[in-house]
Design a protein around this ligand. Structure first.
Ligand SMILES: [Zn+2]
Length: 131
């Protein structure tokens, strides 16, 4: 905003809060919907962040609730989702284009399956090939 690159300090995903890292990557309703859709598919919807979540606190707390065999995949998923939410934020801010939560989840699933195909087996328990 200081450099005139964006019009508002509000979150571009929800327009309900001021944009901040923890909001954008953990507590925004848009981001939480992405997490819910991804985690519900593998029965981990109880790990979803809340509207008060702080990214690092949430991540550190929830990763300990994930079975150890899923933990490495969960850690990588936090990074992948954060990266894709950040890129979506930039699309909306600078390109005047946007993806729906369904489209972003699909993009994340495709990316994760590419990682699996490249040998990153830790994602396999979190992403089934179907749908
Ligand atoms: Zn938001």
């Amino acid at each position: 905003m200081r450099h005139g690159l964006q019009q508002s300090a509000d979150c571009v995903h929800c327009a309900q809060r001021t944009e901040a890292t923890d909001h954008l990557l953990a507590s925004c309703v848009f981001t939480r919907e992405i997490w819910h859709r991804l985690l519900a598919r593998v029965g981990f919807q109880h790990l979803c962040s809340s509207d008060e979540s702080v990214l690092l606190d949430w991540w550190q707390q929830e990763r300990m609730r994930v079975p150890e065999s899923f933990r490495r995949g969960f850690d990588s998923l936090v990074l992948l989702v954060s990266w894709e939410v950040w890129k979506e934020r930039n699309r909306r801010t600078f390109d005047s284009s946007c993806k729906t939560p369904t489209e972003l989840v699909s993009l994340i699933r495709h990316e994760a399956n590419d990682w699996i195909a490249a040998g990153f087996r830790s994602f396999a328990p979190l992403f089934t090939p179907a749908a």
